[in-house]
Design a protein around this ligand. Structure first.
Ligand code: GLN
Length: 487
């Protein structure tokens, strides 16, 4: 079958339901496409061809028997941070290059139970630390819009795979922007739900008070379908909240008339590329033309979000990554002299430079004598930032602004300058610090490179965000744009 890759998840569902093609045909056509094109992008670490075809066959059988879940036979790619039973889960690191999980992450389990077919595992920055996919042990991912440029990170493999039409959807994770920034840089839609909305059981931890699982797709409707399956209470994750899951797809159609959209003054200052700023303002004008009202809001503490994040996230990562000691699983150095040597060499060899930098920063800010000055202070500032959002949400339903300060940058450009790299997440980190849901939807181009509109909502307002993105998508056609060579 040809042309199936061009369809969104919702269109593919209609095709499968209507008997136009089978899941085996669909799966085979996407596997062929990955085989033909991924050497240009390096979006996937593992392709699970045999397992995918077997799952597709089971889906076709279920359909023939009048059974099957809401995603029966539909393709997905998982970020390689989610544990998959019997299939390698590397987290983009040499440390886990040989790791085969004995269990599935909850979201992997739920998507499989709904009938989704896993095509493979997506490349990512090592342990999700990065904004360009260049920290991956498996090499950088290339942006389908310009192969000399980064697709963003850390979910760069997921975003590139969706932009290149390898799969209509991919799972992803977001600690400071890793779903939304790559979505913006690749012209895809990425949503990070409310902290606690989606289970993180089986998702390898980076910074536990910030990490959240979500999806990258080519439409708000597709994201709504997947989120409906992924979200909801899981007793295996103590941070997962027991809040009913709305029917996100059914709520998409509601009008956005009367919606109040906050525009943060601080988001349009000198750090933002002027052309990106222009695209974002045009997008906000379109949303206004659909019946929403824009209101200026002030967030006096938002400028502290990057420094706050770069204390909290490394602190938590230094604690989470202490489990990788060469003893129980993961990389183990050979010919060691004693236990201490085993720890040092296994970690020294297993982790890359950025991960080591974070572990060192994190250990420092948590150490006696510095804890109050750094970690405690950062946690206090974090509350001030969250309060800025809460005050804004007393007046507005969503906050709209840029997702990233520039379009996709060149591979190699920022790799030796961590601070410039960290500034990529200046607009996205606030949502993680406060646990708010947020998404990025494409809103045009600058120099033929995609730009993203960022929407943030109050806790559990995913439906409002998706509805707003859906209405905007209906009024524009940015999501239909396809990178050259991938049509
Ligand atoms: N770029 C940010 C970092 O490197 C965010 C990463 C993420 O969201 N996983 O920490």
């Amino acid at each position: 079958m040809t042309g199936l890759h061009a369809k969104t998840l919702t269109e593919l569902k209609a095709g499968l339901d209507g008997g136009e093609f089978s899941s085996v045909e669909l799966t085979q056509s996407l596997l062929d496409r990955i085989a033909a094109h991924d050497d240009q992008l390096n979006a996937l670490i593992t392709v699970t061809g045999d397992e995918a075809l077997a799952a597709a066959e089971r889906a076709d059988d279920a359909r023939a028997a009048g059974a099957g879940g809401v995603l029966n036979g539909l393709p997905i790619i998982h970020k390689d941070i989610f544990c998959t039973r019997g299939i390698k889960t590397t987290c983009g690191s040499r440390m886990l290059d040989n790791f085969i999980s004995p269990y599935d992450a909850t979201i992997v389990e739920r998507l499989a139970a709904a009938g989704a077919v896993v095509l493979g595992k997506a490349n990512m920055d090592e342990f999700a630390m990065g904004s360009s996919n260049e920290t991956s042990y498996f090499g950088p991912v290339r942006n389908p819009w310009d192969r000399e440029r980064s697709p963003g990170g850390s979910s760069g493999g997921s975003a590139a795979a969706v932009a290149a039409r390898f799969s209509p959807a991919a799972t992803a994770t977001d600690t400071g922007g890793s779903i939304r920034q790559p979505a913006a840089l690749t012209g895809t839609l990425g949503i990070k739900p409310t902290y606690g909305r989606v289970s993180r059981y089986g998702m390898i931890a980076f910074a536990s008070s910030l990490d959240q699982a979500g999806v990258i797709t080519r439409s708000a409707e597709d994201a709504a379908r997947l989120l409906g399956v992924m979200a909801g209470f899981d007793e295996r994750d103590s941070t997962c909240l027991d809040v009913p899951v709305p029917d996100y797809v059914a709520e998409l159609g509601q009008s956005i008339k009367g919606l109040k959209v906050g525009v943060v003054r601080q988001h349009f200052d000198a750090g933002l590329d002027a052309d990106c700023g222009a695209r974002v303002k045009e997008a906000i004008a379109v949303i206004e033309s659909l019946g929403a009202t824009a209101v200026e809001v002030d967030m006096p503490n938002i400028d502290y979000s990057v420094p706050t994040y770069y204390v909290v996230a490394p602190a938590e990562c230094s604690s989470n990554l202490s489990r990788f000691d060469g003893v129980r699983f993961g990389h183990r150095a050979g010919n060691v002299e004693d236990l201490f040597d085993l720890y040092c060499r296994s970690r020294g060899e297993g982790f890359g430079d950025e991960v080591k930098r974070r572990i060192m920063t994190g250990t420092y800010v948590l150490s006696a004598g510095y804890y109050d000055a750094y970690y405690l202070k950062a946690q206090q500032v974090r509350h001030l930032i969250a309060d800025d959002f809460k005050r804004a949400f007393e007046k507005v339903d969503v906050i709209a602004g840029p997702t990233a300060p520039t379009p996709a940058f060149r591979l190699g450009d920022k790799v030796d300058d961590p601070i410039t790299m960290y500034l990529n997440d200046i607009y996205t980190i606030g949502a993680n610090l406060g646990g708010f849901p947020a998404l990025s939807v494409p809103c045009g181009f600058v120099n033929d490179l995609p730009v993203g509109l960022h929407l943030v909502g109050h806790h559990f307002a995913e439906s409002t965000l998706l509805r707003c993105a859906h209405a905007y998508e209906q009024a524009t056609d940015w999501l239909a744009a396809c990178p050259e060579g991938f049509a």
